[in-house]
Design a protein around this ligand. Structure first.
Ligand code: BGC
Length: 252
C-alpha cells in the first residue's frame, strides 16, 4: 500500500508516495525550497505544492524540525517562531484538505531506519542522529521510540551542540572533514556518557558521505553506522505515521 510522506527541512520540503511494504519511495520525490522565513503559512503552501505535484488524495504524514505533541508544534529552533504552540496538524490538514499526522523529523527518520534500515531487529538502546541544519535525535529502547528527545540542544563546550557540530556549522565555518569529525566525536562521547547506547545510526544528507567522516571518529564504544535510507528516511517515516483513515484535518 502507498501512503504519502512529506519531510519539512531547513533547506527543502520533500515528499513522495511511499511503498510501506518495501519501505521505499514509490516514485521519485518532489522537492521545493523552504521559504525564508519559514512561516507556518509559507511552509503549508509548500506542503500543498508537493502533495499536489502527485495529485495525491489519501492520508499524509508530515515531519517537522521541532518538538511535536498531539499535532501541536512546540519549538522552532530553525524555522519561524510562529510555529511555537501552533496546531500544525489542523493548519496542514486544512491547507491540503487531507487527513494529516505531524511528527518530529528525527523521530520519523528513526522509525523508518529501525523498521527498514540500519536499526532493523536491533534491541537495546539505539540512537538515530540526523546531522543537517540542526542535529535531530531519536531514542529507541528495544525498538520502542521515546519521542522528542531533542539531544541536538545538549550543551557542548558552553554552546548548543547543534551550533557546533551540525553540517550547517561545518559549512558556515568551512571546517575540514577531520575538524568536523572531531566535533561529532565530542558530541557522541557526551551522548554516550549519558545513555550508553549500543548503536548510533548517523542520518541526514551527510550520511551519503559517511565514509568521509565515520572512520575518523575514535574512542566511542557504541557501533556507528550510516543510515541506510539516507535522506529518504524522513519521508518514509512520515508516511508510516500517516493516519490510517479519517477525514481531512489532523488525526491522531
Ligand atoms: C530541532 C529538532 C530537530 C532537529 C533536526 C533541531 O533544531 O530542535 O526537533 O529534530 O533540529 O531537524
Amino acid at each position: 500500500m502507498n501512503v504519502f510522506g512529506v519531510d519539512i527541512g531547513g533547506s527543502g520540503i520533500k515528499g513522495a508516495p511511499v511503498d510501506l511494504e518495501r519501505g521505499d519511495l514509490a516514485e521519485p520525490r518532489h522537492k521545493v525550497l523552504t521559504p525564508h522565513p519559514a512561516t507556518p503559512d509559507g511552509v503549508a503552501d509548500c506542503v500543498r505544492e508537493v502533495v499536489d505535484h502527485f495529485a495525491w488524495s489519501g492520508p499524509v504524514g508530515v515531519t517537522f524540525p521541532g518538538v511535536v505533541t498531539d499535532g501541536v508544534t512546540r519549538t522552532a529552533a530553525n524555522v519561524d517562531k510562529g510555529w511555537v504552540d501552533l496546531d500544525a496538524g489542523a493548519l496542514l490538514g486544512e491547507r491540503i484538505g487531507l487527513p494529516v499526522t505531524v511528527l518530529n523529523d528525527a523521530d520519523a527518520a528513526g522509525v523508518a531506519e529501525m523498521t527498514f534500515g540500519a536499526g532493523k531487529d536491533r534491541k537495546g538502546t539505539v540512537f538515530l542522529l540526523t546531522f543537517g541544519t540542526g542535529i535531530g535525535s531519536a531514542l529507541f529502547r528495544d525498538g520502542v521510540l521515546v519521542p522528542n528527545t531533542e539531544l541536538g540542544h545538549l550543551e557542548l563546550h558552553g554552546h548548543d551542540a547543534e551550533k557546533h557540530a551540525s553540517t550547517k556549522a561545518k559549512e558556515d565555518e568551512d571546517l575540514s572533514w577531520q575538524h568536523w569529525a572531531h566535533r561529532v566525536q565530542k558530541y557522541l562521547a557526551h551522548v554516550e556518557m549519558l545513555f550508553s547506547p549500543e548503536l548510533f545510526i548517523i542520518g541526514g544528507g551527510v550520511s551519503r558521505k559517511a565514509d568521509r567522516f565515520v572512520p575518523l571518529i575514535e574512542d566511542i564504544r557504541a557501533e556507528i553506522v550510516p543510515a541506510q535510507l539516507q535522506n529518504n528516511a524522513g519521508i518514509v517515516g512520515a508516511a508510516m505515521a500517516a493516519p490510517k483513515t479519517g477525514t481531512p484535518g489532523w488525526s491522531r
